[in-house]
Design a protein around this ligand. Sequence first.
Ligand SMILES: [Zn+2]
Length: 112
Amino acid sequence: MNMNVIKDRLTTRLAELETRAERAERHATHRDEAVSADFAEQATERENDDVLHTISQEAKAEIIQLRHALDQIETGSYGICEMCGADITPARLEALPGTTLCIKCADKREQV
Ligand SMILES: [Zn+2]
């Protein structure tokens, strides 16, 4: 497995997410400026803000995960399951470059 390729993918994805989170946040804060006279419209705007908030929260969670994965590449612990210490399969890392769990532990954790 080529670490430089993985690193490139993580860095690219990280930049995408940072842009998305930033954009979502900027939109969400616009509500204070644009006050609609129409109540229904206000409600819709509030709903949009919730969606934007969720997007930004999800992006942030993934950003943390990707940064962590990049740290692991630096320290040489990338690709090792954080729960059981087993090697994470290259196929899984290719599909989910930010993962820190092997498939077994990921399955287990989802069931809990
Ligand atoms: Zn594991």
